[in-house]
Design a protein around this ligand. Sequence first.
Ligand code: HH2
Length: 276
Amino acid sequence: MTIDHTSGAAGAPVPPTTVPMVMGIINVTPDSFSDGGRHLTVDAAVAHGLDLLAEGASILDVGGESTRPGASPVPVEEQIRRVVPVIEQLAVHGRVSVDTRNPDVARAAVAAGATLINDVSARLWPVAAELGVGWVAMHMAGEPATMQLDPVYDDVVSEVCAFLAERATQAAQAGVGEIWIDPGLGFGKTLEHNLTLLAQLDRVVALGWPVLVGTSRKAMLGRLLADSDGVAEPVDTDDRLAGSIATEVWAMHRGAAMIRAHDVRAAVQAAKVVAA
Ligand code: HH2
């Protein structure tokens, strides 16, 4: 399948790629759901980022606030303190995005060298336009603290598509030159919503903007794998690699142009095989 990565976006197009890209995750947080506390010092986060680049990551996504279900917001100054020194060091070696929904964190991150704002709130396109950087619009129903309590949709795929198309169009009109859309798996969605979105991902791809998908180690996999084994407790986050790759292969085959992954080496290998 050939994806036209340029349609829908104004200004400089995103170059089409045959091999889907992998965005490597660096959470500089004590409480992220799968790797919280592992890369909390600047040195540990930078070393991890360099490893992910060596494993083939096209971009490193640095975040200073967990958005896992139930997470509390982190003060802006603390997020900046966590991400800026890491971005400064990594941006010399490769492309860096900042995983934030706060405009001041985005500005500080871009000043430090980030060139993409990965925005789970899908509200920061004016900041991306002002700073001349790329922007990811992700769909989230509600806020992380409460989003998984009782997510309800009439038609999850249509509602997510309508939301993403509206935000991406606004961003393009504001002059953002690189726009990505992301259905936001696990953000205000039940297991069934997530599976429906994956099953019909081609409808998100058909909107015309390049699509980013993040399933890596997520709760949906813990639940699915436990259910398939008849186990009550969700499978541990460290035991979700095969499940992650299965959903990533599915998403790439359905036209996702980039995958957001913790396990970069495996995701890059999968991407090469899918492309072949
Ligand atoms: N998922 C997470 C965070 N940011 N950004 C995009 N665009 N898409 C995603 O699916 C996505 C995201 C959650 O994963 P993680 O960063 O590993 O966990 P935490 O939020 O607990 O730090």
